[in-house]
Design a protein around this ligand. Structure first.
Ligand code: F6R
Ligand code: MG
Ligand code: MG
Length: 364
């Protein structure tokens, strides 16, 4: 059975501040998607949130970039924004960069990850959703899942994974893309994806079948808006088991709380902390950045789940380490490398300060 899984998300207002989501907003989204399911547009759906981000997980048979599905998400975000406005939630409508829908939500503020595939005998899916960070945050975990045998032993000992995976990498500044084949091109691949502010892994494909294995949202909100409007708070869909990494191999990269861009005012480096959905409320210095993982089995497009995959004491040590790293990074205050490098500050205060100091800057 041919299924499309669409994950479309937006921050349409935070409760309290940017720390979490209000239940009334989630209820409104639930209402919209229930109606769409009754009318036959969706096979199934799940509404959740990561911090202040509203996440719409939808299955259907209309393919990627489908206008009806994108319109549904858009209308849902618009009416959730109304709820946010009525409660005077903070930043109501934050990710809605335009009010005129023109067929696709891409480039309009929301983040999108979609994949179309033939549902396997058992189709195991993990959906990662993050808050207070940006699109490149998936580079390191996707590399570990699909290219690092120290993480994924299946690459070594499972016959159906031994040919490796291909990585489609997007240059989010220049809007170009390139595909690398792992394992033979991992050094070239790492030159690019080791710079996650510019190069983001968009998709991963199984070799030699070219079956889709993972897809991420790579929209960079600040680049679309031309100014700082919050971090992307990206999502990523990963297929698991069989010819893909096992669930444990998919989750394992998150035991390392990697440093990512985001956190307070989207202008800091901080550790990515894997948490249960109920704990995705970034409050300490509006962080540290969070990631949640919703696990599903698909049954003819029905979302059997979710299982809250990071709701496991096995990730306690990662959370503990994340807190230690957070504490250490915080002690740098406004200094790099806790604060993002100057180049990234160009979307925020730097231009204004430079303007103010014009005339006072003299040649050495
Ligand atoms: C980071 C984030 C917050 C806000 C901060 C200021 O992604 O959303 O850290 O940047 O709370 O928010 P405003 O400007 O809305 O008062
Ligand atoms: Mg927000
Ligand atoms: Mg957010």
């Amino acid at each position: 059975m041919d299924i499309t899984l669409s994950v479309i998300k937006a921050d349409i207002g935070g409760y309290v501040g940017h720390s979490s989501s209000h239940p009334a907003v989630l209820e409104k989204a639930q209402e919209h998607l229930e109606r769409a399911q009754r009318e036959g547009l969706l096979i199934d759906f799940h509404v959740t949130r990561c911090g202040d981000d509203l996440e719409l997980i939808m299955t259907h048979q209309h393919g990627e970039d489908n206008e009806k599905i994108h319109k549904l998400a858009w209308d849902t975000f618009m009416s959730c924004t109304e709820v946010a406005r009525s409660l005077k939630l903070h930043g109501a409508g934050q990710d809605i960069l335009s009010t005129a829908f023109s067929g696709n939500v891409k480039g309009m503020g929301p983040g999108v990850a979609e994949m179309q595939f033939v549902e396997r005998e058992a189709e195991t899916i993990i959906i990662f959703m993050a808050d207070k960070t940006s699109a490149g945050a998936w580079n390191l975990p996707l590399y570990k899942m699909f290219a690092d045998p120290f993480n994924t032993i299946g690459l070594v000992i499972a016959e159906n994974m031994h040919s490796g995976f291909s990585f489609e990498v997007h240059d989010v500044l220049e809007h170009r893309k390139v595909t690398f084949h792992a394992p033979e091109e991992i050094y070239d691949l790492l030159v690019f994806i080791g710079a996650p502010g510019r190069y983001a892994v968009k998709g991963v494909y199984h070799r030699p079948t070219n079956e889709i294995a993972a897809v991420s949202s790579t929209q960079r909100l600040s680049l679309m808006a031309g100014r700082y409007v919050g971090k992307d708070d990206p999502v990523c869909i990963v297929r698991s088991q069989g010819q893909f990494p096992a669930v444990g191999e998919v989750l394992e990269p998150f035991t390392m709380p990697q440093l990512v861009e985001g956190w307070m005012r989207g202008s800091h480096h901080g550790p990515l902390m894997p948490v249960a959905v109920r704990d995705s409320n970034p409050s300490r210095f509006e962080g540290p950045p969070r990631v949640i993982a919703a696990g599903f089995q698909l049954a003819s497009g029905k979302l059997v789940g979710p299982r809250d995959m990071f709701d496991d004491p096995g990730f306690d040590e990662a959370r503990h380490q994340a807190n230690e790293v957070a504490e250490y990074m915080r002690r740098h205050g406004p200094f790099e490398p806790h604060r993002l490098p100057l180049h990234d500050m160009e979307y925020t205060t730097m231009p204004q300060v430079m303007k103010k100091l014009e005339g006072r800057l003299t040649e050495l």
